[in-house]
Design a protein around this ligand. Structure first.
Ligand code: NAD
Ligand code: TDX
Length: 339
């Protein structure tokens, strides 16, 4: 089995590669990643010498490069993690989100059509469903919830999902889609809530909470997401969408307070800043389908997962300090100064 994993130098893709190489010693994994600001080759250092692994630095939007890779490797599956993934960046500059998230998905699927494939899997997000109100805790996103996006990021992911379903219906491409809630864990890029708060707290810097911090996210430990995708690509039904979520809804402010407590830092570091434009209020996934069909359940309790995550950031300071000392400084200044 040869699998092309795109976006494997990023947060979830790298965790997925580690999971697959560990679990399937006879699989060949090809990571296709163009190393944007969010991709980090040092993340893949532990597997670089593995004979079952190959890294290819190309963009999923480059048709020629993608076709060449298919000719060389004859993949049995493609799992597409590659994306521009940060909502705040999409608000500043939507265009690259359209290129990578929509056009890149089409290029990958065209290659699958041209050369043949057993499975094309699209890694999508719960954000395609929009948001839920805080005063209706009885409501959850199911796979039938209408697409109703809020940000350029989520719109580009929804556009990709629709293309994937269209390629299935029109060309019979054997596709699956997973829509997951917020992940956390090792190698999470420090522009996102949890790693940003850990890094800032460790540096005794202000902890910028958008709005009132009342927004709710449904947090899932990244390893549980990887296990769900593993199940879907092997046992999921072609043409189907599977929601993945941890039934672990938490307010942003509560997450930040937990991080302060775990690190022994004062809550006085918390600073309320101008809200995100179009900020989604609540995400909550109903994972009944993947549970009933594939037997998947989240295994990591948040109390344990957040401890493991914080410990990882304490043990791997070099990884994130290198990131935040580079181009990230300009990003941080632009996004947070005078906010
Ligand atoms: P990330 O930003 O950490 O990593 C993205 C990776 O994709 C990087 O390595 C980057 O270099 C690569 N990439 C970007 N553009 C590319 C291109 N044109 N060609 C090749 N590679 C490219 O993202 P993540 O958080 O790991 O998310 C991975 C996927 O999971 C995304 O599709 C995202 O939409 C989805 N998702 C993320 C979450 C979450 O909580 N992080 C939740 C649900 C779904
Ligand atoms: O500095 C911050 N302060 C803050 O209050 C940041 C970076 C975020 N927030 C809030 C905004 C959100 O309500 O925290 C919440 C989480 O924010 P992000 O980490 O940016 O994640 P989110 O916008 O929820 O999107 C994430 O989950 C779904 C991923 O980035 C997406 O790729 C995924 O699809």
């Amino acid at each position: 089995m040869t699998i092309i994993v795109t976006g494997g130098a990023g947060f979830i893709g790298s965790n997925f590669i580690f999971h697959m190489l560990d679990k399937y010693p006879d699989y060949r994994i090809i990571c296709l990643d163009c190393l944007t600001y969010a991709g980090n080759l040092s993340t893949l250092a532990p597997v670089m010498d593995n004979p079952n692994f190959r890294f290819v630095k190309e963009s999923i939007t480059d048709r020629e490069a993608v076709y060449k890779l298919f000719e060389e490797e004859h993949p049995d599956m493609v799992v597409n993690f590659a994306a521009e993934s940060h909502v705040d960046r999409s608000i500043e500059n939507p265009e690259v989100f359209l290129d990578t998230n929509i056009k890149g998905t089409a290029v990958l699927m065209d290659a699958c059509r041209k050369y043949g494939i057993q499975r094309y899997h699209q890694v999508s997000t719960d954000e395609v469903y929009g948001d839920l109100p805080l005063d209706r805790p009885d409501l959850f996103f199911t796979e039938e919830t209408p697409i109703h996006t809020s940000s350029p990021y989520s719109s580009s992911k929804a556009g990709a999902d629709l293309l994937v379903l269209a390629y299935h219906r029109t060309y019979g491409l054997p596709v699956t889609i997973s829509r997951c809630s917020n992940n956390y864990g090792p190698y999470h890029f420090p522009e996102k809530l949890i790693p940003l708060m850990i890094a800032n707290a460790l540096n005794d810097k202000p902890l910028p909470v958008y709005g009132k911090g009342e927004n709710v996210r449904d947090w899932l430990y990244v390893e549980d997401h990887c296990k769900a995708i593993d199940l879907i690509i092997h046992k999921g039904r072609v043409g189907e969408v599977y929601n993945i979520g941890g039934h672990n809804e938490m307010k942003n402010i509560d997450i930040v307070k937990i991080i302060c407590k775990e690190l022994g830092k004062p809550e006085s570091l918390i600073t309320y800043v101008t809200d995100r434009k179009g900020h989604d209020m609540r995400y909550a996934i109903d994972p009944t389908k993947i549970h009933n069909e594939l037997g998947w359940l989240p295994e990591t309790k948040f109390a344990d997962g957040i401890k493991k995550t914080i410990q990882w950031y304490l043990d791997n300071k070099e990884w994130w300090e290198t990131i935040i000392s580079g181009e990230y400084q300009n990003y941080y200044e632009k996004m947070y100064a005078n906010r």
